[in-house]
Design a binder for this molecule. Structure first.
Ligand code: PLP
Length: 501
């Protein structure tokens, strides 16, 4: 793009001495600064850009126009439920009654808010078939960590201190083993069958070997291939019989909504991502919310502080000595909880099941339309998402040929057509994984347009492979040289350190 305000960094637009906005002159003695110890005072001015207000506005407005989000176009990212965030959620959150509060206000003055928390906790418990939820964790991964800490606390309180291992299928989201490691637990990998589901025979062997040390088994369902795990009752029995607990990664609960419940399947602890299934924004690494729920008998271990209702139906905030401690400042990501509540109430009990069913229908529709062009390693009904293993050989895909059309090329070419690329090369079960999750919020017209483009890309690959290998051709930044990018990034980082910016 040839826009001068955007093609340069804000630092490059800087002109010495130019001022955008000035604060009134200080009319009291420089009080605070004088009290700073000598060694802590700044010797030089900070190297901030010096720009006029209009330059700053144009720079960032142009930059924001080059961003891609669900509000700009279709975002078929697998394993992440990038559904539309209704504007109603935003409006409700902006209400003054929600905005003008402080986390240290006495509970008597925020009864409405606490009622909202309690309602969300209850709705989540009902949707999942568990007993009690906390809304404190800030993200899915944070929920996993909190859930595992709850499990560890449960074992410890019973004097069962040797349970240090967590069973995790090899198809799991990367955050599962990461959370287990952060919690100080050891990961034991469980193999998958060719159809992508958990290999129960492998699990049996692992339990025979490690049974007395198993703290929990973590499962994602539908798993990362979008497939419903059919052996859950058998798996849950194996794990429970050896004294372990069942953890459900419910980050993408979308297809289950109103259809079936983890609590009824034998799970003891789970997390949910409000910023996926419950339509709150993802943002750049946040702001998220990863509530966790537990089955009956484990409620007291949930983290502090907790919102509770008294007999006289007023609400209070309490801290419990049995709890695992606390995992967040105050009650978690408050604004996100309000948005999720707005979403839950606008769907209502009647329509919540529609979300799940439509998300499944949409994913299967795309899959069936495209499987003549892209390799479908696992046939049959999928849930909210599915995975292709690259392009079919007739169109130029071939795992054994270095020069064949790769999943990366398809993803890059999609950018030329104005689509966000799907998740690629995850899960690691296939060479050329390309993972698509349309969600229920997209219309049939949008899905058809995407399907047409995916077919067109396959035809292009057949006619002119080079066109794909060099894509994207119409984006502000063309295909990057990954190796050069890594080297250059290291160089700039050293540069930055040297110049002490
Ligand atoms: C997104 C996701 C997570 C992690 O959630 P974050 O909020 O990104 O930490 C965990 N498991 C699965 C299956 C996910 O899709």
């Amino acid at each position: 793009m040839n826009n001068v305000y955007y093609s340069k960094l804000i630092f490059e637009l800087s002109q010495p001495g130019r001022i955008g906005y000035s604060l009134p002159k200080l009319d009291v003695e420089g009080h605070c600064i004088c009290q700073l110890p000598e060694g802590m005072k700044r010797q030089d001015d900070p190297k901030l850009p010096e720009c006029d207000e209009l330059t700053v506005v144009r720079h960032y407005t142009n930059a924001s126009n080059n961003n891609f989000g669900v509000d700009t176009g279709f975002y078929p990212l697998g394993s992440c439920t990038m559904k539309y965030n209704p504007k109603l959620n935003e409006e409700v959150t902006q209400l003054p009654a929600f905005q003008h509060t402080h986390p240290l206000q006495p509970a008597e003055t925020v009864q409405g808010l606490l009622a909202l928390y309690d309602n969300v906790q209850r709705i989540l418990a009902e949707v999942t078939g568990l007993s009690r939820f906390t809304l404190n964790p800030f993200a899915g991964a944070h929920g996993e960590l909190t859930g595992l800490m709850t499990i560890r606390t449960y074992h410890e309180r019973r004097g069962d201190t040797q349970r240090t291992k967590v069973l995790i299928p090899d198809s799991a989201h990367g955050t599962n083993p990461a959370s287990a490691a952060v919690c100080g637990l050891e990961v034991v990998e469980v193999k998958s069958l060719p159809d992508g589901t958990v290999d129960v025979e492998d699990l049996k062997a692992l339990i025979d070997k490690h049974g007395a040390e198993v703290a929990a088994m973590m499962m994602t369902n539908p798993n990362t291939l979008g497939i419903f795990e059919r052996q859950i009752p058998v798996i849950a029995k194996l794990v429970h019989d050896c004294g372990g607990l069942m953890y459900y990664d419910g980050a993408n609960l979308n297809p289950m909504l109103g259809v079936c419940r983890p609590g009824d399947m034998g799970f003891d602890v789970m997390h949910i991502n409000l910023h996926k299934t419950f339509s709150t924004p993802h943002g750049g690494g946040g702001p998220g919310s990863g509530p966790i729920g537990v089955r009956k008998g484990m409620e007291e271990y949930l983290p502090n502080p907790q919102v509770k209702q008294r007999e006289d139906s007023t609400y209070y905030i309490m801290c419990n000595d049995e709890a695992l401690g606390s995992v967040s400042a105050f009650l978690g990501n408050y604004g996100i909880v309000i948005r999720a509540y707005a979403y839950l109430l606008s769907l209502g009990r009647e329509n919540i099941a529609m979300a799940g069913k439509l998300s499944v229908l949409n994913a299967n529709y795309i899959k069936e339309q495209l499987k003549a062009y892209y390799k479908l390693p696992i046939e049959g009904l999928c849930k909210h998402e599915f995975v292709f293993d690259g392009m079919r050989e007739e169109y130029g895909g071939d795992h054994h040929d270095e020069d064949s059309v790769k999943t990366l090329d398809v993803a890059k070419r999609l950018l030329d057509y104005g689509y966000h690329a799907p998740t690629i090369y995850f899960p690691l079960l296939f060479h050329e994984a390309l993972m698509i999750e349309p969600t229920e919020t997209e219309s049939k017209e949008t899905l058809d347009a995407f399907i047409d483009v995916m077919k067109r890309i396959a035809e292009e690959a057949k006619a002119d492979r080079q066109l794909l290998k060099t894509a994207p051709h119409h984006t502000p930044v063309r295909r990057l040289d990954d190796v050069l990018a890594v080297k250059a990034a290291q160089f700039t980082f050293r540069d930055l350190q040297a110049s002490e910016v």
